[in-house]
Design a binder for this molecule. Structure first.
Ligand code: FAD
Length: 403
């Protein structure tokens, strides 16, 4: 008996692909008309502005910042902030935007997250009126890019171990130190950096044209390649006294802003997962083996079924966090849970999706391995999976096991 003896006659395999299978539970109906409009506004941006270039950028380990103003025009930068030319959208609208951007590439969502949730949010929340007027409208329009420098070569999960210091030089501040793994670093006009002072850790708004400020790109990444990741070098970087927003004191400030970005990741990771799922659903229905589509095999359907489960759970979770957030009722450990669970889920979807593609799965022709590789960074940045598990652990036990 040959393999083809097991083949199902063509006529017996009826292919009927649901048009909205990535939204298996019909979660779209939970969105308001405004949220749907914002989502649709951004939806065309990814296929038109990103997808034609992303493979080349991924190969070159680069991103063309020319894409940023277009994203600004669509209101996609700092969209959840009020005033200063920001869109003032709600948390769910911001979340669905992150999902759409990351369905294109995690690098694009990272750019928007760092810009809106870290750099702009820091200035919006703690900056002086002068800093807000100077930076926020231009950043919202994508005319100025921002970055956020907390991590150092020897201080990542434990930012309290940072060495970068700021000392007084007359009325000025003089900063020395190195920040590592900084998204948008070399393309940023403004950096929000953290440094140790005699008064504890403080934030500084640093214009990148200040003498003593330099940014060098990090290369050799195997993940998040369509994204700029840099080292920031502060070498006697002299800043006016006004560069330090008075309220940006202690680590609680940057850690609370990271919650902003982590919330976006809970949504964004679902975008990467959806892109993987949709790519392999189409592939599975058209690729044939043993006389029938590979999507007709039970093992393939089990994988597709578990992807639908992960996607449905993850999107529901993100949606719930968004509504909690809109009521001002979300707790940091709930956002930790969202980031932890949804990045894990997205990685599981990407891993299964890659197997369905067979050898094609290891190429850039399909988006799956690009997303899978990107998600390894997403797993680590904005708090590693381990640290978020420990944040949940602390919430349920009252014991901070990460110290
Ligand atoms: C692509 C990319 C972009 C980034 N962008 C930015 C940015 O824009 N700005 C910025 O400031 N940073 C950025 N980061 C840095 C990122 O936030 C850090 O990498 C992250 O916080 C982890 O720090 P680390 O790499 O030093 O790992 P480490 O802190 O050295 O951790 C290494 C391992 O030890 C584990 N570990 C550490 N402490 C504990 C503990 N107490 N209990 C259990 N396990 C523990 C970690 O979970 C991890 O598995 C970026 C990173 C990447 C990869």
């Amino acid at each position: 008996m040959s393999n083809t003896d097991f083949a199902v006659p063509l006529a017996t395999v009826r292919i009927r692909r649901s048009p909205e299978t990535a939204d298996f539970l019909g979660l779209d109906s939970l969105l308001t008309d405004d949220e749907r409009m914002i989502r649709d506004n951004i939806r065309a941006f990814v296929p038109e502005q990103l997808l034609p270039h992303v493979c080349e950028w991924f190969e070159r380990d680069a991103l063309d910042p020319g894409i940023v103003p277009e994203l600004g025009t669509l209101g996609g930068l700092g969209m959840h902030l009020q005033g200063y030319a920001c869109a003032g959208a709600g948390a769910v609208a911001y979340g669905v935007t992150c999902l759409k951007l990351e369905a294109g590439d995690s690098g694009l969502r990272s750019l928007a997250s760092v810009q809106g949730s870290l750099a702009m949010f820091a200035i919006w929340r703690y900056g002086s009126e002068e800093q807000k007027q100077e930076w926020l409208p231009r950043m919202a329009a994508g005319e100025a890019i921002g970055c956020f420098g907390l991590t150092e070569p020897d201080a990542g999960s434990d930012p309290a171990a940072m060495r970068t210091c700021a000392r007084r030089g007359g009325d000025d501040w003089v900063l020395n130190g190195t920040k590592m793994w900084i998204t948008n670093g070399s393309i940023a006009e403004v950096a929000v950096v953290w440094a140790r002072t005699d008064d504890g850790i403080r934030g500084f708004v640093v214009s990148s044209d200040m003498p003593g400020f330099d940014a060098q790109d990090l290369h050799g990444k195997l993940s998040l390649r369509a994204s700029v990741t840099s080292e920031l070098i502060l070498d006697d970087c002299r800043l006016p006294g006004s560069a330090m927003p008075p309220e940006a004191a202690g680590l609680s400030a940057p850690l609370s802003w990271l919650n902003e970005a982590r919330y976006g990741i809970a949504w964004g990771a679902m975008g990467a997962a959806r892109a993987c799922y949709e790519a392999v659903l189409d592939y599975g229905l058209s690729r044939r083996a043993f006389g029938k589509p590979i999507a007709a095999f039970q093992l393939t359907q089990a994988k597709l079924g578990s992807m639908v489960v992960e996607l449905s759970r993850g999107q529901l979770l993100a949606f719930h966090l968004g509504r909690l957030r809109e009521r001002g009722a979300v707790r940091p450990e709930q956002i930790s849970l969202g980031k932890l669970a949804n990045v894990d889920a997205a990685l599981a979807v990407a891993r299964d999706a890659r197997t369905i593609l067979g050898a094609n799965g290891i190429t850039l022709e399909y988006p799956v391995m690009r997303h899978a590789n990107n998600l390894e960074s997403v797993l680590t940045y904005e708090g590693t999976a381990e640290i978020h598990a420990l944040a949940v652990g602390r919430a349920v036990t009252g014991i901070p096991a990460y110290r």
